[in-house]
Design a protein around this ligand. Structure first.
Ligand SMILES: *[C@@H]1O[C@H](CO)[C@@H](O)[C@H](O)[C@H]1NC(C)=O
Ligand SMILES: *[C@@H]1O[C@H](CO)[C@@H](O)[C@H](O)[C@H]1NC(C)=O
Ligand SMILES: *[C@@H]1O[C@H](CO)[C@@H](O)[C@H](O)[C@H]1NC(C)=O
Ligand SMILES: *[C@@H]1O[C@H](CO)[C@@H](O)[C@H](O)[C@H]1NC(C)=O
Length: 361
């Protein structure tokens, strides 16, 4: 087993003193920004510009769109996006308008950007309960765009001076695939099934005319509104979505952990932790847990084996991070790893995998 040598990097850099460039591949904590929910949506994201410069964001957005959307489609959808813009619900409409003006880009491009990420996030999510009943939740987000490493941010959503919830996202993107409501629950989302760029317009119409939720918006709304784990699971199970997805949720009390396999209209399957029955952890990648993954995809087996070897006596936020660092659970396209535990909200941590992991995998 090769564990990612994160600690070694830190040790090296300390030994070699301050102004020596560390030559090993160092993973970095994601930058943190505040978004105040007390401010109007149009100006909430202004702190982004303290971390990124406008030109960089503009270039990055263009690169993501160019590599995700064929050029002719980009041109073809601009009028559609323009026509639908008025259907984007609050607060996202205002936030997207604000982002477009902060970044100096067009609103249609920021909307496209928000939907570009919506369709292809490969991931591994793990929930686990230790022998004292504490819950841990970790996720790798895999996505084949190097630039996303530079755009990964942790966001504190602040209301009246306290952190209402937090999450991990990409600069310019208003939804969340990963987040925590402190002392209540944590959520991650993994892609389920294959959607294609030619389904976009359907997703659009479905989102704004039929009022289905983009999956990352429902994560954010659940973090904002749900009062506890049960409430979160209900919302994530039944609110109509524009596409299928896996939602992985952990709470704060023993047994509060579940993998929800979602169809657009409702739950296809609910797979809870059953710690009293050997089910002290659950691993979800991008395949239904009741079917075998493709033979080439070894992420699920590797994670299951490593968790088995770790055991419920030894699982904690650090050993969970180690499992998420193993090859091929962490791989060439892994962008970031988040580890969290709603009962200890201060431990929330996102590590950007600067060059991916195990570059030969
Ligand atoms: C990410 O940022 C680093 C340092 O700022 C830069 O060297 C690198 O080229 C950037 N990567 C991409 C894909 O833009
Ligand atoms: C905001 O926080 C202050 C101080 O903690 C408290 O007195 C006030 O009631 C809070 N306001 C709202 C709207 O929650
Ligand atoms: C973010 O909000 C938290 C909670 O109100 C506060 O403690 C922190 O100083 C804020 N950070 C920035 C950079 O504004
Ligand atoms: C994990 O351990 C259980 C019980 O010991 C065993 O049934 C299962 O096959 C193991 N799974 C893996 C992937 O090693």
């Amino acid at each position: 087993m090769t564990y990612h040598s994160n600690e070694q990097c830190t040790m090296f850099s300390t030994l070699l003193l301050l102004n020596v460039i560390v030559s090993c591949q160092a993973d970095l904590a994601a930058p943190v920004i505040n978004v105040s929910l007390d401010e109007p949506p149009e100006v909430r994201w202004a702190q982004l510009l303290e971390v990124y410069d406008t030109d960089y964001l503009k270039k990055a957005a263009a690169e993501v769109i160019d590599t995700t959307v064929p050029k002719w489609v980009h041109h073809a959808v601009i009028p559609v996006v323009e026509a639908l813009e008025k259907y984007v619900p609050p607060p996202y409409a205002g936030e997207i308008r604000g982002l477009a003006s902060h970044v100096g880009g067009s609103i249609t491009d920021i909307i496209l950007l928000n939907f570009a990420y919506e369709i292809s996030a490969f991931c591994t999510s793990i929930i686990a309960q230790d022998t004292s009943g504490h819950l841990y939740h970790g996720r790798n987000l895999d996505y084949p765009h190097d630039i996303l490493r530079n755009l990964t941010i942790d966001i504190l959503f602040v209301r009246n001076g306290t952190v209402a919830y937090r999450g991990t996202s990409f600069a310019g993107y208003v939804g969340l695939w990963t987040g925590q409501s402190p002392n209540k629950f944590t959520i991650s989302g993994n892609q389920r099934g294959k959607d294609h760029w030619w389904d976009w317009w359907k997703n659009w119409v479905s989102a704004f005319l039929l009022k289905s939720s983009p999956v990352s918006w429902l994560v954010r709304e659940t973090l904002e509104d749900a009062v506890d784990f049960q409430d979160a699971v209900m919302r994530l199970s039944k609110i109509p979505l524009i596409t299928s997805v896996y939602y992985i949720v952990a709470g704060v009390k023993p047994g509060e952990g579940v993998v929800i396999s979602r169809d657009r209209k409702g739950p296809a399957d609910i797979w809870p932790l059953e710690p009293w029955n050997g089910g002290w952890f659950r691993v979800e990648t991008n395949f239904d847990h009741w079917v075998m993954p493709p033979v080439k995809d070894l992420r699920r087996d590797a994670a299951n084996e490593a968790l088995n070897a770790t055991g419920p006596d030894n699982i904690n936020i650090y050993t969970l991070y180690k499992v998420l660092s193993l090859s091929p659970v962490c791989n060439r396209i892994t962008v970031y790893t988040t580890t969290m535990s709603a009962g200890s909200p201060e431990k929330y941590n996102t590590e950007v995998r600067q060059e991916g992991c195990h570059s030969n995998v």
